[in-house]
Design a protein around this ligand. Sequence first.
Ligand code: AP5
Length: 194
Amino acid sequence: MRIVLLGAPGSGKGTQAALLEKHLGLPHISTGVLLRHAVAEQTPIGQQAKAIIDRGELVPDDVMLDLIEERLAQADTQQGFLLDGYPRNLAQAESLDALLKRLGRPVDEAIQIDVDPEQVIARIEQRAAQEGRSDDTEEVLRHRMRIYQEQTAPVVDYYARKGLLTRVLGEGSVEEVLQLILSVLSMDERGAAP
Ligand code: AP5
Protein backbone atom coordinates (compact mmCIF):
# COMPACT_ATOMS: atom_id res chain seq x y z
CA MET A 1 0.00 0.00 0.00
CA ARG A 2 1.25 3.49 -0.91
CA ILE A 3 0.16 6.05 1.64
CA VAL A 4 0.64 9.82 1.83
CA LEU A 5 0.33 11.39 5.30
CA LEU A 6 -0.66 15.06 5.31
CA GLY A 7 -1.07 17.60 8.09
CA ALA A 8 0.27 20.83 9.52
CA PRO A 9 3.63 21.03 11.29
CA GLY A 10 3.23 19.24 14.61
CA SER A 11 0.05 17.42 13.60
CA GLY A 12 1.71 14.07 14.30
CA LYS A 13 2.68 12.84 10.82
CA GLY A 14 6.10 11.63 11.91
CA THR A 15 4.83 10.06 15.12
CA GLN A 16 2.07 8.16 13.34
CA ALA A 17 4.23 7.16 10.38
CA ALA A 18 6.80 5.60 12.73
CA LEU A 19 4.05 3.50 14.38
CA LEU A 20 2.41 2.61 11.07
CA GLU A 21 5.79 1.47 9.76
CA LYS A 22 5.81 -1.20 12.50
CA HIS A 23 2.14 -2.15 12.10
CA LEU A 24 2.12 -2.33 8.32
CA GLY A 25 5.72 -3.30 7.60
CA LEU A 26 6.10 -0.42 5.16
CA PRO A 27 9.06 1.98 5.11
CA HIS A 28 8.46 5.44 6.58
CA ILE A 29 9.90 8.04 4.24
CA SER A 30 10.12 11.47 5.87
CA THR A 31 11.54 14.23 3.70
CA GLY A 32 12.20 16.26 6.86
CA VAL A 33 14.32 13.42 8.27
CA LEU A 34 16.12 12.92 4.94
CA LEU A 35 16.92 16.65 4.82
CA ARG A 36 18.07 16.87 8.45
CA HIS A 37 20.30 13.85 7.80
CA ALA A 38 21.76 15.60 4.73
CA VAL A 39 22.37 18.73 6.82
CA ALA A 40 24.11 16.72 9.54
CA GLU A 41 26.27 14.96 6.94
CA GLN A 42 26.98 18.28 5.21
CA THR A 43 26.16 16.83 1.79
CA PRO A 44 25.67 19.33 -1.08
CA ILE A 45 21.88 19.06 -0.61
CA GLY A 46 22.28 19.53 3.14
CA GLN A 47 24.42 22.61 2.67
CA GLN A 48 21.84 24.09 0.29
CA ALA A 49 18.89 23.16 2.51
CA LYS A 50 20.10 24.24 5.96
CA ALA A 51 19.33 27.95 5.75
CA ILE A 52 16.00 27.27 4.02
CA ILE A 53 14.88 24.84 6.74
CA ASP A 54 16.02 27.24 9.45
CA ARG A 55 13.83 29.96 7.90
CA GLY A 56 10.86 27.56 7.76
CA GLU A 57 10.60 27.74 3.99
CA LEU A 58 10.37 25.00 1.40
CA VAL A 59 13.44 23.48 -0.20
CA PRO A 60 13.20 23.81 -4.04
CA ASP A 61 10.93 21.32 -5.77
CA ASP A 62 13.64 19.95 -8.09
CA VAL A 63 15.89 19.12 -5.14
CA MET A 64 13.01 17.39 -3.35
CA LEU A 65 12.03 15.41 -6.45
CA ASP A 66 15.59 14.09 -6.85
CA LEU A 67 15.64 13.12 -3.18
CA ILE A 68 12.31 11.31 -3.31
CA GLU A 69 13.06 9.63 -6.64
CA GLU A 70 16.31 8.27 -5.25
CA ARG A 71 14.55 6.98 -2.13
CA LEU A 72 11.70 5.35 -4.09
CA ALA A 73 14.24 3.54 -6.27
CA GLN A 74 15.32 1.52 -3.22
CA ALA A 75 14.08 -2.07 -3.03
CA ASP A 76 12.28 -1.73 0.32
CA THR A 77 9.63 0.51 -1.27
CA GLN A 78 8.45 -2.16 -3.75
CA GLN A 79 5.61 -3.35 -1.50
CA GLY A 80 4.58 0.17 -0.60
CA PHE A 81 5.60 3.12 1.58
CA LEU A 82 4.43 5.82 3.94
CA LEU A 83 5.27 9.31 2.73
CA ASP A 84 5.56 11.95 5.47
CA GLY A 85 6.23 15.56 4.46
CA TYR A 86 5.99 15.03 0.71
CA PRO A 87 4.24 16.32 -1.37
CA ARG A 88 4.08 19.79 0.16
CA ASN A 89 2.71 21.89 -2.69
CA LEU A 90 0.73 21.26 -5.86
CA ALA A 91 3.82 21.09 -8.08
CA GLN A 92 5.27 18.35 -5.85
CA ALA A 93 1.95 16.48 -5.88
CA GLU A 94 1.90 16.53 -9.68
CA SER A 95 5.56 15.49 -9.92
CA LEU A 96 4.94 12.63 -7.50
CA ASP A 97 1.98 11.44 -9.55
CA ALA A 98 4.05 11.52 -12.73
CA LEU A 99 6.92 9.65 -11.06
CA LEU A 100 4.66 6.98 -9.55
CA LYS A 101 2.78 6.59 -12.83
CA ARG A 102 6.09 5.95 -14.56
CA LEU A 103 6.91 3.37 -11.87
CA GLY A 104 3.41 1.83 -12.11
CA ARG A 105 2.89 2.38 -8.36
CA PRO A 106 0.26 5.10 -7.79
CA VAL A 107 -0.79 6.52 -4.40
CA ASP A 108 -3.54 4.40 -2.83
CA GLU A 109 -4.50 6.55 0.12
CA ALA A 110 -3.94 10.07 1.46
CA ILE A 111 -4.62 10.71 5.12
CA GLN A 112 -4.95 14.23 6.47
CA ILE A 113 -4.35 14.56 10.23
CA ASP A 114 -6.34 17.56 11.51
CA VAL A 115 -5.17 19.31 14.69
CA ASP A 116 -6.18 22.70 16.05
CA PRO A 117 -3.35 25.27 15.51
CA GLU A 118 -3.19 26.13 19.23
CA GLN A 119 -2.57 22.48 20.05
CA VAL A 120 0.12 22.32 17.38
CA ILE A 121 1.89 25.31 18.93
CA ALA A 122 1.77 23.70 22.38
CA ARG A 123 3.23 20.43 21.03
CA ILE A 124 6.05 22.17 19.21
CA GLU A 125 6.88 24.32 22.24
CA GLN A 126 7.25 21.13 24.23
CA ARG A 127 9.39 19.49 21.54
CA ALA A 128 11.54 22.63 21.28
CA ALA A 129 12.30 22.38 24.99
CA GLN A 130 13.09 18.65 24.71
CA GLU A 131 14.90 18.36 21.38
CA GLY A 132 15.93 21.87 20.31
CA ARG A 133 15.18 21.39 16.60
CA SER A 134 16.53 24.51 14.85
CA ASP A 135 13.20 25.30 13.12
CA ASP A 136 11.04 24.87 16.24
CA THR A 137 11.37 28.48 17.46
CA GLU A 138 8.10 30.39 17.86
CA GLU A 139 8.78 32.73 14.94
CA VAL A 140 9.87 29.99 12.53
CA LEU A 141 6.98 27.75 13.55
CA ARG A 142 4.49 30.53 12.74
CA HIS A 143 6.15 30.90 9.34
CA ARG A 144 5.97 27.12 8.75
CA MET A 145 2.28 27.22 9.62
CA ARG A 146 1.74 30.09 7.16
CA ILE A 147 3.57 28.20 4.41
CA TYR A 148 1.45 25.16 5.25
CA GLN A 149 -1.79 27.15 4.81
CA GLU A 150 -0.65 28.78 1.57
CA GLN A 151 1.12 25.92 -0.15
CA THR A 152 0.34 22.58 1.48
CA ALA A 153 -3.36 22.90 2.31
CA PRO A 154 -4.23 22.86 -1.45
CA VAL A 155 -2.60 19.41 -1.66
CA VAL A 156 -5.36 18.12 0.63
CA ASP A 157 -7.98 19.20 -1.92
CA TYR A 158 -5.86 17.71 -4.70
CA TYR A 159 -6.16 14.24 -3.16
CA ALA A 160 -9.81 14.81 -2.23
CA ARG A 161 -10.59 15.50 -5.90
CA LYS A 162 -8.93 12.19 -6.79
CA GLY A 163 -11.14 10.40 -4.26
CA LEU A 164 -8.10 9.27 -2.25
CA LEU A 165 -8.43 11.47 0.85
CA THR A 166 -9.58 10.59 4.37
CA ARG A 167 -9.39 13.11 7.22
CA VAL A 168 -8.77 11.95 10.77
CA LEU A 169 -8.88 14.05 13.92
CA GLY A 170 -5.37 14.05 15.37
CA GLU A 171 -6.21 15.53 18.77
CA GLY A 172 -6.58 12.35 20.82
CA SER A 173 -3.71 10.40 22.34
CA VAL A 174 -1.06 8.99 20.00
CA GLU A 175 -2.63 5.52 20.37
CA GLU A 176 -6.15 6.82 19.66
CA VAL A 177 -5.01 8.57 16.49
CA LEU A 178 -3.14 5.43 15.41
CA GLN A 179 -6.30 3.35 15.82
CA LEU A 180 -8.30 5.86 13.74
CA ILE A 181 -5.76 5.64 10.93
CA LEU A 182 -5.57 1.84 11.07
CA SER A 183 -9.35 1.59 10.87
CA VAL A 184 -9.39 3.84 7.80
CA LEU A 185 -6.74 1.70 6.14
CA SER A 186 -8.42 -1.61 6.98
CA MET A 187 -11.78 -0.37 5.70
CA ASP A 188 -10.14 0.60 2.45
CA GLU A 189 -8.36 -2.73 2.16
CA ARG A 190 -11.65 -4.57 2.65
CA GLY A 191 -13.27 -2.37 0.01
CA ALA A 192 -10.45 -2.83 -2.49
CA ALA A 193 -10.85 -5.13 -5.44
CA PRO A 194 -9.06 -8.51 -4.98
P1 AP5 B 1 9.31 18.26 8.47
O1 AP5 B 1 10.30 17.55 9.27
O2 AP5 B 1 8.44 17.51 7.55
O3 AP5 B 1 8.48 19.17 9.48
P2 AP5 B 1 6.91 19.48 9.62
O4 AP5 B 1 6.05 19.14 8.49
O5 AP5 B 1 6.90 20.91 10.03
O6 AP5 B 1 6.49 18.46 10.66
P3 AP5 B 1 6.93 18.21 12.13
O7 AP5 B 1 8.05 17.22 12.15
O8 AP5 B 1 7.13 19.49 12.88
O9 AP5 B 1 5.58 17.62 12.67
P4 AP5 B 1 4.82 16.25 12.46
O10 AP5 B 1 3.51 16.48 11.81
O11 AP5 B 1 5.72 15.20 11.84
O12 AP5 B 1 4.54 15.92 13.97
P5 AP5 B 1 5.36 15.00 14.96
O13 AP5 B 1 4.92 13.60 14.83
O14 AP5 B 1 6.82 15.31 14.84
O15 AP5 B 1 10.01 19.38 7.59
C1 AP5 B 1 10.96 20.27 8.14
C2 AP5 B 1 11.44 21.24 7.07
O16 AP5 B 1 12.11 20.51 6.02
C3 AP5 B 1 10.35 22.04 6.34
O17 AP5 B 1 9.94 23.19 7.06
C4 AP5 B 1 11.07 22.38 5.03
O18 AP5 B 1 11.98 23.42 5.20
C5 AP5 B 1 11.83 21.09 4.75
N1 AP5 B 1 11.03 20.13 3.97
C6 AP5 B 1 10.58 18.92 4.37
N2 AP5 B 1 9.88 18.32 3.39
C7 AP5 B 1 9.88 19.18 2.34
C8 AP5 B 1 9.30 19.16 1.05
N3 AP5 B 1 8.55 18.10 0.63
N4 AP5 B 1 9.50 20.22 0.24
C9 AP5 B 1 10.24 21.27 0.63
N5 AP5 B 1 10.81 21.38 1.85
C10 AP5 B 1 10.63 20.33 2.70
O19 AP5 B 1 4.79 15.56 16.35
C11 AP5 B 1 5.13 16.83 16.83
C12 AP5 B 1 5.25 16.76 18.37
O20 AP5 B 1 3.97 16.43 18.91
C13 AP5 B 1 6.21 15.65 18.85
O21 AP5 B 1 6.89 16.12 19.98
C14 AP5 B 1 5.26 14.49 19.22
O22 AP5 B 1 5.79 13.69 20.25
C15 AP5 B 1 4.01 15.22 19.65
N6 AP5 B 1 2.77 14.47 19.35
C16 AP5 B 1 2.51 13.78 18.22
N7 AP5 B 1 1.27 13.26 18.27
C17 AP5 B 1 0.73 13.64 19.46
C18 AP5 B 1 -0.53 13.41 20.08
N8 AP5 B 1 -1.49 12.69 19.49
N9 AP5 B 1 -0.74 13.96 21.30
C19 AP5 B 1 0.24 14.71 21.91
N10 AP5 B 1 1.45 14.95 21.37
C20 AP5 B 1 1.70 14.43 20.14
